[in-house]
Design a protein around this ligand. Structure first.
Ligand SMILES: Nc1ncnc2c1ncn2[C@@H]1O[C@H](COP(=O)(O)OP(=O)(O)OP(=O)(O)O)[C@@H](O)[C@H]1O
Ligand SMILES: [Mg+2]
Length: 279
């Protein structure tokens, strides 16, 4: 069985008329990194909510179909149970902070206390993940005194500390400067290499190309395509969905650098160099 299974998923927010998720069908295998792309309002964040149980348990509305995570049917379990299996890092780190804790350390401890971990295990995990995200030095600071970048990394640390089977990152670097962004992507790279199942929503297409095994293209709540980065970014109609491919793919198209058999274009610099040298 796949780690995530989405069958005929449909969803409409309360008091609205439009389906924000319109008949989605896909699965995600253990250890896979699935990229989700689409223009603003395509439904990416709402899909993340549906995977993590906020839809339909927190956001009510009209819900159809079935989402299964780690064998649990999301609709039939409380959010508290689902978050132990699938952790969601929100687009805006302010939304992630409890607002009830005085220090970063306590903030990360919060989710673990709810899980009922013993003290020593909690302490070990907090230290490990604060260090991994390079925010150990601010462990005694108030979360709201942090920079946007630091807050985003604390948000990621607090979700990772729960050691969920699946990690959902909804635009994890939208608040970060290039340096902070790079640091977070280095962590994502480590996690994907370590075999974690990851859902990555990202507007930076070069990052999707670099980390995603497959890419789900959403448009107006519909699933347009689900394929490898090379297949998705070689599509000639991306602009119809408000998207542009990674810069390296655009250059490859202009230069006619493509895979000989499939005629697909490279999506990363490494692939581009390899194909360019073979030419
Ligand atoms: N709480 C809500 N109530 C009603 N409609 C909502 C709510 N939240 C989002 N929507 C609507 O749902 C649609 C999808 O929004 P969503 O935030 O999922 O898009 P997105 O792809 O994540 O966009 P972005 O790239 O801007 O983050 C939009 O039309 C949005 O206005
Ligand atoms: Mg969003």
């Amino acid at each position: 069985m796949s780690t995530i299974e989405v069958e005929n998923l449909k969803y409409r927010y309360p008091d609205t008329t439009k389906l924000v998720l319109n008949d989605l069908n896909f699965s995600v295998e253990k250890g896979e990194c699935l990229g989700i792309i689409g223009e603003n309002t395509a439904g990416k964040s709402t899909l993340c909510y549906a995977l993590a149980g906020l839809v339909p348990h927190f956001y009510k509305g009209a819900y159809g179909g079935k989402v299964t995570v780690n064998g649990l049917v999301v609709r039939d379990h409380e959010i508290a149970t689902i978050v132990e299996n699938i952790g969601l890092v929100f687009e805006n780190p302010f939304s992630q902070m409890t607002g009830a804790k005085q220090t970063v350390y306590e903030e990360v401890a919060f989710g673990l206390e709810n899980m009922g971990l013993v003290r020593q295990e909690m302490h070990t995990r907090i230290e490990k993940y604060l260090k991994l995200l390079a925010v150990y030095s601010v462990k005694d600071k108030n979360p709201f005194d942090l920079s946007g970048g630091q807050m985003q990394r604390v948000a990621i640390a607090s979700v990772l500390a729960m050691e969920p089977e699946v990690l959902i990152l909804d635009e994890p670097t939208s608040q970060l400067d290039p340096q902070g962004s790079q640091e977070v992507f280095e962590v994502i790279e480590e996690l994907t290499k370590g075999g974690m199942t990851i859902i990555l929503v990202e507007h930076k297409m070069d990052k999707i190309a670099q980390y995603a095994d497959r890419v789900l293209l959403l448009h107006e709540g519909r699933q347009v395509d689900l394929d490898t980065p090379e297949n998705i970014f070689s599509r000639g109609d991306l602009t119809d969905f408000g998207l542009t491919p990674p810069v390296v793919t655009t250059i490859a198209k202009a230069l006619g650098i493509q895979y000989p058999g499939t005629k697909l274009y490279p999506v990363t610099i490494e692939e581009f160099k390899r194909l360019g040298e073979d030419k």
